[in-house]
Design a protein around this ligand. Structure first.
Ligand code: SAM
Ligand code: SF4
Length: 388
């Protein structure tokens, strides 16, 4: 991302969680569930409406700059359900004329068949979980689509929506940097404005974690992982899609506004099972999350009008830590004045100078602090150092 200054007010967005998938991928620990019978969408829509109304009472008036339907697999929802939720959001917090409205979709032909319906419902950006561009990797990842089917979904998405993105997972078992470079070039040749490139993470409690423990699934050793990371940065930057966040790449101006809102520590309402939010209320900033179990969430909303199970005030130093953790993921870095205003202290000058001296951190011309490309692979250590 160029050295443009970010907006002073990060804005307000709405996250909507749809917690169902056709099958559970063996690497995934998102709040996603498989059900034999299709969920009762009318009942869920009524519950989404109720929870939106409840959150509106908490926030007061807002204009919505972005909406993100995440999952799970939101592309299993009927377009009419998506439209009903968007209508309720617009009634609660009017959608800005230029609002970014994203839906996460799995790239199967069935789902691509619904894209025009989503467009008519008000979706203007789609994010596709392509994951890999070769069939053997897709099989190993437990995916229900082929590479050809995924690329077809990418093409349909491009024609149906103004904006689109797709996700790939790298640092897969046995993946070589030269193979990944070729795969990434193939992905870039699709001409997307935005790519999310995630290193495979072995999440506790998943089938991949059990295989990994048993020595049956080997992730790349640190040298290969570093080479894969370097290939990712070099290939995307050369193609005009530099990283604007540790795992997200975009052409200038095509960054995901919704994700920027999280990383710039803006305000967002989290609606649906297991959704997180950060609300600015008359009592101050609050961290919220809802019941994760889909049916339990429905039950709570039907009884109480909301599914909140966490609703906690955040002290200003806690907000400063969250701002640091989120903001340092961004190439644009963080505003030291905003950090100081929240935490009541500036960073330790000796630590900052040491990190700058080691080439891990840099100060932009406008005074913002950001992690350098060499620093990103050890981001957690840098955050811990600055927060101490
Ligand atoms: C919430 S998931 C849902 C997307 C959609 N359901 C799909 O699978 O196509 C968002 C993205 O997180 C990434 N992801 C999920 N689990 C991961 C893991 N263990 N390691 C790396 N990336 C992961 C995948 O790229 C996925 O597309
Ligand atoms: S990766 Fe996507 S499709 Fe697979 S289980 Fe997770 S949310 Fe569902």
């Amino acid at each position: 991302m160029a050295d443009r200054a970010p907006p002073v007010d990060p804005g307000f967005g709405v996250y909507v969680h749809w917690p169902f998938c056709k099958a559970k991928c063996p690497y995934c620990d998102f709040n996603s569930h498989v059900r034999h019978a299709p969920p009762d969408e009318a009942r869920f829509l009524a519950a989404f409406r109720a929870e939106i109304g409840h959150m509106r009472e908490r926030t007061g008036q807002r204009r919505t700059q972005s909406v993100f339907f995440g999952g799970g697999t939101p592309s299993l929802m009927a377009p009419a359900t998506v439209e009903g939720i968007l209508t309720a959001i617009d009634a609660a917090w009017p959608l800005d004329a230029r609002a970014e409205v994203t839906l996460e979709a799995n790239p199967t032909s069935v789902e691509a068949g619904r894209f025009r319906g989503y467009r008519a419902a008000g979706i203007n950006r789609v994010s596709l979980g392509v994951q890999a561009l070769d069939d053997s990797s897709l099989k190993a990842l437990g995916r229900m689509h082929t590479a050809a089917e995924a690329l077809q979904a990418v093409a349909i998405a491009r024609s149906a929506f103004e904006r689109s993105s797709f996700d790939l997972i790298y640092a897969r078992p046995d993946q070589k940097p030269e193979d990944w470079a070729r795969e990434l070039e193939r992905a870039i040749a699709e001409g997307c404005e935005h790519l999310s490139l995630y290193q495979l993470t072995i999440e506790d409690g998943t089938p991949f974690a059990a295989l990994h423990r048993a020595g049956k699934l080997k992730t790349p050793d640190p040298d290969v992982a570093r080479a894969l990371w370097d290939v990712t940065q070099e290939t995307t930057a050369a193609a005009g899609l530099p990283a604007y966040e540790i795992s997200n790449h975009a052409r200038c101006g095509a960054e995901s506004r919704h994700n920027l809102l999280y990383w710039r520590y803006g305000e967002y309402a989290g609606i649906g099972p297991g959704a997180h939010g950060r609300l600015d209320t008359p009592e101050g900033r609050r961290a919220t999350s809802t019941e994760r179990g889909p049916e339990q969430w429905l039950g709570r909303v039907e009884a109480d009008g909301h599914g909140l199970v966490v609703d906690e005030g955040l002290s200003r130093p806690e907000q400063a830590d969250e701002y640091l953790i989120m903001g340092l993921r961004l190439a644009e870095g963080i505003d030291r004045h905003r950090f100081a205003a929240l935490s009541g202290r500036d960073f330790d000058a000796i630590r900052v100078a040491a990190l700058i001296g080691e080439g891990m951190l840099e100060e932009r011309a406008d005074g913002r602090l950001r992690v350098t490309p060499q620093g990103f692979p050890v981001l957690d250590a840098i955050v811990a150092d600055l927060a101490a």
